[in-house]
Unconditional design. Structure first.
Length: 336
């Protein structure tokens, strides 16, 4: 089975981290998000992934030099200009010659969903499109659905409301960013034009009564915002994940024995000097934390010099927190 994986977004909400590295190439537990995602799709029966790319395609080519990720074949569809989510799906599906049931996944979703279960529910329902749903406490920032008329495990989507005003949501079930489509869905998307899957395509499928949803309680996180990207990393240290996990400290990181490092991931090549306290943080590959610095609930890709304090902050690859400085609830450098 084919899958289109959407990886062409700008990742603005994770700036400045995404100024050097596209969001799906950022590590989650030392492994690029996109690699964990493709491995999971492969476990669910996907044999061929086409990466729908635009912005910064080079790192993706470099990550899969033999065009394979484990047993999954990887191809690339590079848009001449960003076509938004639906336009990108059409462009990539055409490039890969997709003409049978296929999967679509957002490149920044970390989940334990078994995609084979979604495909099975899709077939049981005889749907044109079946979307994975997850329940959240505050659905107002997401695409929210109302399900009726269950067929097997899926329900027919009666309403799809993108980012409803708080208090007006039809349910707490949100679009979790993995879909199964029949190839006919591609005919609803104009070729070569910008179009949004949520705003342009889903309403057409709902109106036709051919869109279904499957709600599961699998682990799920949209790692596209700083707090959740940090959580997606730190969750790999606990018991929450079914197939994925990681060592807290990469084998070639240099963490001084006199450093206190708690609930933190330290990536390859990173340095954490003596007397530091680093808590609830992701220290990305090659980052530096100088002696006696205090770092809490942060994402660090650049340098935190000695005696600095960094709280709930994002330090990009070019970011430097000078010796003794204090940074809280901020990004360094400030995103452009
Ligand atoms: P923000 O800028 O922080 O909103 O992130 P984003 O650009 O990644 O947008 P968003 O998270 O809403 O996108 C959902 C998924 O679609 C992500 O996996 C993006 O990489 C992808 N995506 C968004 N726009 C495009 C596009 O124009 N082309 C392609 N190929 N992928 C896209």
């Amino acid at each position: 089975m084919h899958a289109v994986v959407l990886v062409g977004g700008f990742g603005t909400r994770l700036r400045p981290l995404t100024e050097q590295i596209p969001k799906p190439m950022l590590p989650v537990g030392h492994v690029p998000m996109i690699v964990r995602l493709i491995q999971r799709l492969g476990r669910g029966g996907v044999t061929d992934v086409v990466l729908a790319l635009g912005f910064k395609p080079e790192p993706f080519h470099a990550a899969f030099p033999d065009d394979r990720c484990g047993d999954v074949n990887v191809t690339y569809a590079v848009e001449p200009e960003p076509l938004d989510t639906a336009g990108a799906i059409r462009f990539a599906a055409d490039a890969a010659g997709i003409d049978s049931t296929f999967v679509v996944a957002n490149g920044d979703v970390m989940t334990d969903l078994d995609v084979a279960v979604l495909v099975e529910a899709h077939r049981e329902a005889g749907a044109d499109a079946t979307i994975h749903l997850t329940g959240v406490d505050d659905p107002s920032a997401f695409g929210v659905v109302d399900l009726v008329d269950a067929v097997g495990r899926a329900g027919r989507v009666d309403q799809f409301v993108e980012k409803p005003a708080p208090g007006t949501e039809p349910s707490n079930l949100i679009n979790a960013g993995t879909y199964v489509f029949e190839p006919g869905v591609l005919d609803l998307i104009p070729a070569g034009e910008r179009a949004s899957i949520e705003r342009d395509t889903f309403p057409k499928l709902v109106a036709a009564g051919s869109m279904y949803g499957l709600a599961t309680d699998d682990y799920w996180i949209d790692a596209g915002v700083p707090d959740l990207y940090r959580a997606a990393n730190l969750d790999l240290l606990g018991e929450d994940r079914v197939h994925d996990g990681c060592e807290a400290i990469a084998p070639d990181a240099q963490v001084d024995p006199g450093a206190t490092v708690m609930n933190t991931i330290v990536g390859p090549g990173a340095v954490v000097e003596a007397g530091t306290t680093v808590v609830d943080t992701v220290v990305l590959p090659g980052a530096f934390i100088g002696a006696r610095a205090q770092v809490e609930s942060s994402l660090v890709m650049g340098r935190v010099e000695a005696d600095a304090t960094v709280i709930e902050a994002i330090i990009g690859a070019d970011g430097v927190v000078a010796e003794g400085d204090h940074v809280a609830y901020d990004a360094v450098p400030s995103p452009a």
